[in-house]
Design a binder for this molecule. Structure first.
Ligand code: CA
Length: 149
């Protein structure tokens, strides 16, 4: 599944997407981030609800605990993203609770945050998340992608 949504400068949006699993046993949610200058992404309150049981499928979708709890990161190094710009927890500019995920991996590099969860074929799942970018100047490049398959 792939969706496209535009946000304005410093705007925060929440999105809700419906997803029907066609794979046999699991699905993977991936967030991909890239930016330039002092443009910084914030992600919080990620949820996947299995509608048949009303069950939350994700672990630590509110980023209340360490990223090692539930999430897997790829390319999140100083070498690939720029010093300190890879994905990590923050307590600034969050939507709920005390912490959320932030990323400003420098273009053209990409930084990945993923979580795989159990799915039942042909059942309906609802993905929702809150995302924001804070812009304080610099060159005008940034991108974030969300995929679930
Ligand atoms: Ca949070």
């Amino acid at each position: 599944m792939y969706g496209k949504q535009k946000t304005q400068k410093n705007e925060q949006i929440s999105a809700e997407w419906h997803y029907i699993s066609h794979k046999s046993t699991d699905s993977t949610l991936t967030f991909t981030f890239s930016s330039q200058g002092s443009r910084v992404w914030y992600l919080d309150d990620v949820s996947v609800i299995h509608t048949q049981t009303s069950s939350e499928m994700l672990i630590n979708g509110d980023f209340a605990s360490s990223l090692n709890n539930g999430w897997t990161q790829y390319c999140n190094t100083n070498d690939t993203c720029g010093g300190g710009k890879f994905g990590q927890l923050t307590t600034s500019n969050c939507h709920g609770g005390v912490s959320c995920f932030t990323d400003h991996c420098l273009m053209p590099n990409l930084d990945y945050l993923t979580q795989t969860f159990t799915t039942i074929p042909n059942d309906l799942y609802v993905l929702s998340f809150w995302i924001r970018v804070i812009v304080t100047g610099g060159p005008a490049g940034l991108a974030a992608y969300v995929s679930l398959y």
